[in-house]
Design a protein around this ligand. Structure first.
Ligand SMILES: Cc1cc2nc3c(=O)[nH]c(=O)nc-3n(C[C@H](O)[C@H](O)[C@H](O)COP(=O)(O)OP(=O)(O)OC[C@H]3O[C@@H](n4cnc5c(N)ncnc54)[C@H](O)[C@@H]3O)c2cc1C
Length: 510
């Protein structure tokens, strides 16, 4: 998907666009980082009491209360090169934040900011010995707050962000953010297929798949992984690849983070950093059904060099806006825009074509180089094939009902196909190779009405949906619905690498 999608939908159109989109903009991240002063080390030797509880609209993100004796936090602190934050520690409030402020009330017993992979080993061993639930955090953009946990140990790998490049291969720490990866690779004339939001973590994105404008030309982010450094539940560091621990390598590419180990680094094969041709087309609400029909045909027939996603956005005046954002990796989107208009059977009422250099395109799609924290509510469906007229009517009706209720809402349809339909070397657990598209139901509100919109969306496309996209994991949905045909093999990998179910939190396998 691209966040541009969800952001584009909110703009009134025009070129200023990307920088003013909701969700990711060029405003400064307010999340804050701790000062690496000695005061960030623990000051208490006894386990703090976690007083936080999830907000009422949130799913459970709490670990079972620790049993028996209090963890010896000083021992953990001494074993780390990085920092340990307890609730009593200065900087704790900023240290445990995620992208969505909704999770600020979830208070981990402690936060480890890893400085080296050995800190990850230490944290896992400590958590296991003390029967603490441990959740890894990279960029902190989980839709369900899965990278924080009340009463448990949050293991932040954000400090592991070194990067190097040689012979077409990027080696990157699991804590790097997407914009930093692109800015680094741009120096070598290289790029990586990723999502668009500049602050999303490379780890969470890659482990769950990774969809973006290059998906059809080059595949998902996880498809470009050639090896990973990972610490498993036994505290052992492993290097996994198609030839080393191939079942874990398979499982980690597409099943979502937090399930099978803590990844400390990735090696990716890169792609050329070429100019991209953009096209933006808008149609009036009266054409909505025709655009959905035409877009579905386009998603099936467009060249693999073309990616175009469809936004159906609720406007606060009760009407809908229908837009397509297209990208051609050939550098020219003219023919693709014409092909789409022809399939829709109507010229767009507004049409913009442009060409952008690699890094300008990254900034445009990301709305800048960083993004402010933001609350939202979302869910997804994976479309197995084109929707029929009834499902299209239902989909449009779900957004329309939200518009009438003045609820900010969008259905964002990201195409698959092309290279996304191909398995990478060694296969991967990402289960939706044969699907047409991923729909994201997105609202920047966290209200009952937004929940109703997401539920209505699911209901509308139910008979065409194979499941959900794990990177858009949502509350109250069975995790099995994200794994499709990969479920049994994933469970086998879980049993092999995490037999005691150490990585066990509300949204994990097992
Ligand atoms: C604003 C925004 C824009 C987005 N845009 C896109 C997009 O364009 N394309 C797309 O495909 N997705 C997109 N997403 C979804 C995104 O890919 C997922 O939310 C992803 O999981 C976020 O990764 P993270 O590292 O930032 O999050 P985190 O919350 O840190 O991690 C997500 C999950 O992975 C686990 N995890 C984190 N680090 C590790 C690690 N090192 N080892 C093992 N497990 C780990 C966490 O425990 C958690 O379960 C977007 C999300 C947001 C909020």
């Amino acid at each position: 998907m691209s966040l541009l999608d969800r952001r584009t939908l909110l703009i009134a159109g025009g070129a200023a666009a990307a920088a003013t989109l909701a969700g990711c903009s060029d405003a400064k991240d307010t999340g804050g980082t701790p000062s690496p002063s000695p005061t960030s080390t623990p000051t208490a030797t006894t386990a703090p009491t976690s007083t936080g509880t999830p907000t009422s609209s949130t799913p459970s993100t709490s670990a079972p209360a620790p049993t028996s004796t209090a963890p010896n936090w000083n021992r953990l602190a001494r074993s780390l090169e990085g920092l340990l934050y307890l609730p009593s520690t200065s900087g704790y409030a900023a240290a445990h934040q995620l992208f969505d402020p909704r999770w600020d009330t979830v208070r981990p017993a402690a936060v480890v900011k890893a400085a080296k992979p050995s800190d990850v080993e230490q944290a896992i061993t400590f958590a296991r010995d003390n029967k603490l639930v441990l959740v890894p955090k990279s960029g902190g953009h989980s839709y369900v707050g899965a990278s924080t946990i009340a009463n448990g140990l949050q293991l932040d790998v954000g400090g592991l962000k070194s990067m190097s490049y040689a012979n077409g291969v990027l080696t990157v720490g699991a804590g790097a953010r997407l914009y930093d990866v692109h800015a680094f690779l741009d120096r070598y004339g290289r790029s990586l297929p990723t999502g668009t939001c500049p602050t999303v973590g490379v780890a969470g994105l890659t482990l769950g798949g990774g969809l973006g404008v290059h998906t059809r030309t080059y595949g998902l982010t996880c498809d470009r992984v050639v090896s990973m450094g990972v610490v498993t539940a036994d505290g052992t560091s492993r290097t996994v690849s198609a030839t080393s621990e191939p079942d874990l390598f398979w499982a980690l590419r597409g099943s979502g983070g937090g399930n099978l180990g803590v990844v400390t680094s990735f090696q990716f094969t890169t792609i050329p950093a070429t100019e991209l041709g953009f096209f933006r087309l808008t149609w009036p609400e009266a054409q909505a059904a025709a655009v959905v029909r035409g877009w579905q045909q386009f998603a099936q027939s467009a060249p693999t060099t073309v990616w175009a996603n469809l936004h159906i956005d609720a406007k606060s005046n009760g009407t809908l806006v229908i837009r397509v954002l297209g990208v051609s990796t050939t550098g020219d989107g003219t023919a693709a825009a014409a092909q789409l208009e022809s399939l829709v059977g109507a010229k767009a009422s507004a049409r913009t074509l442009s060409v952008k250099s690699h890094l300008d395109a990254v900034k445009y799609l990301g709305g800048g180089t960083t993004s402010p924290r933001q609350g939202f509510l979302a869910g997804s469906d994976v479309l197995e094939g084109p929707m029929d007229a009834a499902a299209i009517t239902g989909l449009l009706g779900a957004v329309k009902a939200a518009a009438r209720a003045a609820t900010p809402a969008s259905a964002i349809l990201d195409p698959l196909g092309g290279q996304a339909a191909m398995q990478p070397a060694g296969g991967s657990s990402w289960p939706w190779r044969g699907a047409l598209a991923v729909i994201q139901w997105y609202s920047s509100a966290q209200t009952k009405s937004a929940q109703t919109f997401v539920a209505n969306g699911h209901r509308a496309v139910r008979s065409f949906s194979a499941g959900g996209y794990v990177n858009y994991v949502e509350p109250g949905r069975a995790v099995g619905s994200y794994y499709g045909a990969s479920t049994a093999k994933l469970q086998a990998a879980k049993t092999k690498y995490d037999p005691a179910n150490f990585f066990h939190a509300p949204y994990t396998l097992g």
